[in-house]
Each structure stands twice: as C-alpha cells, then as structure tokens.
Design a protein around this ligand. Sequence first.
Ligand SMILES: Cc1cc2nc3c(=O)[nH]c(=O)nc-3n(C[C@H](O)[C@H](O)[C@H](O)COP(=O)(O)O)c2cc1C
Ligand code: SF4
Length: 787
Amino acid sequence: MSGIWNYWALLPFLNDLHDAWQQVRVPVLLSVAFSLVLLRIYLRAKGGTPELKTLPRKFADNPATGKESLVRDAKIKPQTETTAEKETKPVKSQGPKRVKGGIVKRRSSDGERNDQGPRQIQPLVFFSSITANTPKISHEFAQRLHADLHPVSSSTGCTFLSPEVLDLAEIDLDDYFVAPPKAKEGIELLYLFLFPSYNIDTINDTFLEHLKETHHDFRIDTAPLSSLLGYSVFGFGDREGWPTEQEGFCFQAKELDKWMAKLTGRKRAAPIGMGDTKRDYARRLAEWSEGVVDILQQLAKTGSLGEGLPGSGAPVESDEEDIEDVDDEDDGEVQVDDSRTKPQKPKKVKNVEDVEDLGRIMKESRSDLDSSANRGAPIAVDFTTYDKSTTSKGRAAAQPTIKEMVPKNSPTYASLTKQGYTIVGSHSGVKICRWTKSALRGRGSCYKFSFYGIASHQCMETTPSLSCSNKCVFCWRHGTNPVGTKWRWVVDPPEAIFEGVKAGHYQKIKMLRGMAGVRADRYAEALRIRHCALSLVGEPIFYPHINEFLAMLHAERISSFLVCNAQHPDQLAALKAVTQLYVSIDASNRESLRRIDRPLHRDFWERFLRCLDILRERRQKQRTVFRLTLVKGFNVDDEVEGYANLVERGLPCFVEIKGVTYCGTATAANAGLSMSNVPWYWEVCDFVKALEKRLAEKGLRYGIAAEHAHSCCVLLASERFRVDGKWHTLIDYKRFFELLEERGPDGDWRAEDYMGPATPEWATWGNGGFDPRDDRVDRKGRKIATT
Ligand SMILES: Cc1cc2nc3c(=O)[nH]c(=O)nc-3n(C[C@H](O)[C@H](O)[C@H](O)COP(=O)(O)O)c2cc1C
Ligand code: SF4
C-alpha cells in the first residue's frame, strides 16, 4: 500500500520532467550528433585506420614434398603469394587466357635496376640425380663458387648470396620455371644447372617436358624467365657407354641448354660444359666454373652479360641459334657435299643471284671480261718499293699528303665492318672465321687442323694490310678493299696493330659465348690465341713493319701462317722466319693468272716467278706451301702440266689444292664467277691424282698425304715429310718456338726439325679428314654422317 502512495506522490514531478524534455529534445539531440561527428573527424585525422586483422602466413609449405619450401631460406619466395602477384602469374589450366606474344620486355636485371642500392646476386644451383654422384658434387661446387666469388664481392661491392642448392626432384617446378621466384627487393637470380643425362625415364624427362610445355603454352610469354640475370648448364655423362654426343653423351644437358635459351630470351651466361663422370668431369667442371665466375664478375660490375649477349645493348647479339653466316667464308674454304660417287648440287648461298639469272650473268660478265682484256691489263703505277714518305720520318715532312688507307668515315670502312671485320688503326683488320665458330661448337675445325694441328678456336685471322695489288675474281671481300701497287698510306706502328687485333679477336670470341652449342672447354681454350693466319684479305707483306709484327706474335708463342700473293718478291726476300710460308698459285700460266687474279702490276708474271724462286731457296729451312685454288672454267682444265712445272720450279714442302668458295656477290658475278665454277670434291680429287701422277713422271717425290673433304681440300706433300711409310704433316709448334728462340728469326734450321707426329689416321687420304671428336652438321645445324 505504501508503494502505491509513493508513486502517486511522484507523478506531478515526472509530468513536469516529461514536459521539459519535450521542449529541449530537438536542440539536445542535434548537438550530441554534431559532437559525435566532430569526434570522429578528430580521431581519423589523428590515428589512421586501425589494424583490422592479421595477414596470413606468407610462405606456404611445399605441397609437392610436404616440406617447407627451400626458397624461404634463400630470401626469395615463389611468385604466387599476394593477390597482385597472383594476377601476374600464368595460370596453367583455368581462368581467362592471356596471350602475349614475343619476348617479355627485360626488366631491371638487364642492367637498369630500379633501385640503385648495392647489387645482390643469388646463384641457384639446380641438380638432378639417380645414382647419387651429383648431389655431392653440387654441394661442393656451391661451396667453391661461394669462396671464388668472395674476391669479386670485395672488388665490385656486389653481394653474392650463398649459392642455394636445389634438387629438381624436390622443388615445385612451377615455382621456378613458369616465372622466376620473386626475390626480395634488389636480389637478382642466376640459374646454374648440374645435370646428368639418363637414357631411362627419370625426373629429367618430367623437367624437360615442363620446360617445353611452358615454352609452347600460348598463355605464357615465350620467354617467361627473361628477368633472370642468366643461366648456364653443366652436363654429366659417361663416355664409356655413350662415347660421342651423337651417341647420346650428355644429350639431356644439351636439351636443357636449348630450352633455357628459349625461356630466358637467350640469356646463356656461360657456354655449356660437359664432363665424363668417370674421367675428366672435375677438370671440365672447374673450367666451366671459371667461366661462370668470370661472367658473375661482369654482371656484378655492369649488370649485363657482356657484349653480344642479350641485354648488352650491343648492336649484334651473337645468339643466333643455328644460323651459319655464309658471308663468313674465309680463306677460300668451300662447303660442298663431299660424296665422291654421287655428287649433289652445292646449296645455293645467300646473296647468290637466281639460278635462272646465272646464264645472263655469265654472258654479261664474259663480255665485260672480253672488253677489259681488249683494254689490256690495269695500268701499273709503281712496283713494291715502299714510298719513303710513309716512314715516320718521311711522314713528318709530307704530312698533308699522306692519307689513311681505310678512314673511319669511308665507305670501305663501313662495308668491311658490316662484313664483320674489326678495323684496327687505319689499315689492319681482324675477323672471326667460320671455322673458329664451328670449332667452338664442336662442329669441326678447318682443314689446317687435320693437316697441321691448328686448333681453329685458338686461331686468329688477321692482316696488317687490307690493301693488295690484285683483284682476284674469287676474292670474298666483295670488292671493297683498297688496292694499290705501292704503300702510299699512313703506317701504323706494329705494337698498336698487335694489341688492337688481339683485343678485337678476344672481343669477338667473348661475343660468341652465348651462341648455342658453344662448349665451355673450347671457349676457355679460345681465350688464348695460339695461331695466327695472316691470310684474311689484302697482302700482309705489303705492311712495312711485317717482320716486327711477326716477332711480336712469336714472342707470345703464337704460330704464323703467312699467305702472300706472289707479287712482292722484294718483301718476300726480306721476310724473316714464319711457321709456314704460303704462296697463292691461282693459275699455271700468264694468261690464266691475268684473267683470274687481275693483277695491277704490269710485270705480274715475272714477279710471280721470282717469288717461286725465293720459296725454292727457303724450302730447306722453312715449311713452304703452294696454295692452289681451283676455279672450274678458269684455272683447272688442261693446266695440270703447267702446275707441275711450277711445283718443279718452287719445290714446295706442300701443295694444298682446294675448290674455290663462291661468295655469291655481284663482284664475283661481274667477274664471271658463278656456282658452275665451283668444282665438285670428286673433281678436285681427280685433279690432285692427275697432278700427283705428273709430278711422279717428272721424278718429283710427292704423294697425297691428307684430305679435308668437308672443305674440299687435299694435301700433296713432299716425301721429306714421310717417315717409315707414314705422313708427318703435323707441326711441332713447341719445337718451332724453341728453334726460333735459340737461333733467331733468320731461321738457321731445317723444316724437318719441327715436323710433328704422324698425321692422324682419320685425316689421311681416303678417310675424309673430319675430326672424329666433333659432330658434322649441315648449314642448318642438323647432324650429318662423317663418312
Ligand atoms: C641408367 C643410366 C642411364 C644413363 N644414360 C646416360 C646417357 O644416355 N648419356 C650419358 O652421357 N650418360 C648416361 N649415364 C651416365 C650418367 O649421366 C652419369 O653417370 C652421371 O654422373 C650420373 O649422375 P648421378 O650419379 O647423380 O645419377 C647414365 C647413367 C645411368 C645410371
Ligand atoms: S686457319 Fe685459322 S683463320 Fe684460317 S680458316 Fe683455319 S681456323 Fe680459320
């Protein structure tokens, strides 16, 4: 009862309160709302967005292995983690398809890094294995590599992270071979592979198939790994079971190298290395590793793989995978099919005119020739005496009139550099010959390897005089070189030429490092020039300081093969000792020589014969060679007798007989030369047999010693180089240098004193002459039989 009373007592008060609230509620509610808005604005401005939730774990465990991915320790992670990154990762089986042709535009690893902090490089060493040799080798290799890179780090300021060793059987291939794993900020990746071959089904097949599929998957860029710094492969094999590459030695390493070239946009950092696990793998691996360290040093300094390789910015990148440049033909080499019984037509070469047009060309050029014959020989200016004004003393007096032979701004300079020559100074040149490239790739060396033991990949082809005094119809310099009968240009010092040609040669060799198929061992050897062929273009003995130049070669134990065109007897007589001295014999009689060499000298035939006499005098001390270049329709038919007479006169130690190379230029065509002038190999052989017979009839003791069918070349040798029934055409280079060092450059010794061991069986007459260590390929790089 008292409760009810209390309520009735409070009622008037509550009514008043309610009335009061009704009167003020609108302004009160408005001001509270306004205050809350102000408070919110204040908090936003001060504190930012509060943390809402924790991020998920960044690195997933490797689903393939159940183990935590190794890449976590490598400070890198697969490129599939964040949403943004997911968008860039190619999806293999679902989702919208992305088609993007061509090679991915190169990223920072091509030398232009976005962040300019110190460079950090992470080598990743991938291996596969079934019988457990390779894991151990890989770990040891990684340790050694790390140690070898230490000095590079100190000298370049670049950090090399400890090489990570990864088993291809344990990683998720998608993490590394669809796109490179995303490295931590600033870390760049280099892939190295230690890869055995197996002719049974292994992880290798899965892996290679994966690479192939990635390359062919149209949703993925054709070069999805191009953001890597580069890659290189070392293969393990067993020569006992798989003696040659043709029979399967290291075949999977070669395949891997090929696919990685495609996937990285040809970023082959170092040539492929190959080792026999039972024999030489340690040495081969060390060579390859040296090459890798070398390139890492280059990468550390510049971020690029070097000249000629992708990303270098060099105008010519040497990564054409299988294309042989026909214009590279040098030295009169010719590539024709060597089947003696069933000759096939030589392949048409680049630049050659249409076959239908050859008749016209022949006709036109013949009439050209006839009219030039009517006009007589080119006017002779002077003979081979050097112009006194070209010596440094004379130069000072006659400074204004002396010109450079090949000035930088001349069309000749442009044309020669376009053809691949490096012009050194103002009158010298160096060029990598196609046999050097071929030997680097294990595809055979030039005939000089078969006959004389010249390793083509260690041979520099150069000339200190781009000028000469002939205009031979088969010259492959495309009519661009300067000609003259006397030296009338600035003379560069021999030291500068010597250093310049070596630098030019090495630079070009280095540019070939990334070329498909280059072998690490051959590449390492090529970085030491051992031979010099002074036979490029022009006339080397035209250069006034040729003897000083030769002395420089010999001081570095570089052998010298000097080819002269038999037009400068005075210079030939003054020439000091060379390892092998050649005279080009382009014809057997005056008229034929005029037609084919188109000499500038009016007394060219007399000069020619005097040169043969000089060679005859030299033959006891030095190895002398006649080089015959057979041009069908010009200097072959009915000329055996004439050549036999010339051999009788000069009595050379050797006679090289080879078919002409058709360079397919307008110059050649204008001179009346076409494919029909290139003799078949069997025609060359027939000629050689006829010449041998004729020499025997004359009582001259020569025999067919060796052949190199691959370049259409056969060697006749004097019996002086036959010992106990075996030909000894090889050269003992070491002995040559010893003799030179003991007795001086006037050469008081006999040619036999530096005769080498017996000519290898495979090079002797009847055996083809192709180096059995190498694979013979056609112009497209396809293997062909060597028999
Ligand atoms: C089953 C089998 C197949 C092989 N097939 C080849 C082959 O085709 N070509 C080759 O050069 N080496 C071949 N080899 C040699 C291996 O590549 C070589 O011994 C290598 O070092 C093995 O490495 P691993 O011990 O890490 O497996 C083969 C070896 C084995 C066991
Ligand atoms: S001698 Fe030397 S430069 Fe000449 S073709 Fe042979 S390898 Fe090439």
